[in-house]
Write a protein that binds this ligand. Structure first.
Ligand code: 1GP
Length: 235
């Protein structure tokens, strides 16, 4: 039973908004994250763990710590297969549909199979679109792909719908960690119009007004990393 996905789909259908806090295992340390968990917003529904670089060991230390601190679902959001650990509850199996690098469209997935086979991790096929967030993102650098311009709304919407038609269960619009310009409300609304799977939005969201606007435009789940990591989120 795909419990995590079912809950996200249900929430999306009943317009209950979800908030994932993202932890980058490379930046994780126990001292820093004790306070982080004390300050976690009450509205947090998921913990995502992952980054563009980083390895299994760092990810496992981070997952163990997080699981001891919270009962929220812990979902891997891996930059590559080395960040996969069975200790989490689920994994967003990301296909970087905005790019044309086979490594992130299929190669990493093939290499991940030995780790994923027989693991109790819930695997959630996710279409992942990198949009231009106004600065070079770690995703663009590591994946060696170009983000889609936020002006090219037809390309963004068609790529998102193609992802759904290919069987992805979630669609993630990413402006890149630390983006200067988050995904625009116009794009969120346009993508949401014809999409029948839950929509995730992340990158560069630093305050509750931006968070609210993303939800109102149609995001079902918003991901926030940097602002919480640096304790800079403004209410
Ligand atoms: C990055 O979308 C996430 O993959 C979160 O971005 O770190 O800018 O919040 P931020």
């Amino acid at each position: 039973m795909p419990k995590i996905l079912d809950a996200i789909v249900k929430a999306s259908k009943s317009n209950k908004k979800l908030l994932a806090v993202l932890i980058d295992p490379e930046k994780f340390s126990e001292e820093k994250y004790v306070a982080f968990f004390q300050n976690l917003p009450e509205s947090t529904t998921h913990i995502f763990i992952g980054g563009s670089t980083g390895n299994t060991n760092q990810t496992e230390i981070c997952v163990d710590f997080v699981k001891a601190k919270t009962k929220l679902p812990v979902i891997l959001f891996p930059g590559d297969k080395s960040q996969i650990t069975k200790k989490a509850d689920g994994i967003l199996l990301l296909s970087l549909l905005s790019g044309r690098n086979p490594e992130y469209l299929i190669e990493q997935h093939i290499k991940a199979v030995p780790k994923l086979l027989n693991a109790s991790l819930e695997i959630i096929p996710t279409g992942y679109l990198l949009l231009d967030g106004g600065t070079q993102s770690a995703v663009a650098k590591v994946s060696q792909t170009k983000p889609i311009s936020q002006k090219d709304i037809p390309l963004i919407t068609h790529t998102a719908i193609a992802g759904e038609m290919m069987g992805k269960k979630l669609l993630y619009l990413e402006a890149g960690s630390g983006a200067i310009v988050p995904v625009s409300e116009e794009i969120i609304a346009e993508v949401k119009k014809d999409l029948n799977i839950p929509l995730i939005v992340g990158g560069g969201i630093r305050n509750s007004s931006q968070l609210q606007k993303a939800f109102e435009a149609g995001a079902d789940l918003v991901v926030i990393g940097t602002a919480f990591e640096n304790d800079e989120f403004e209410d």
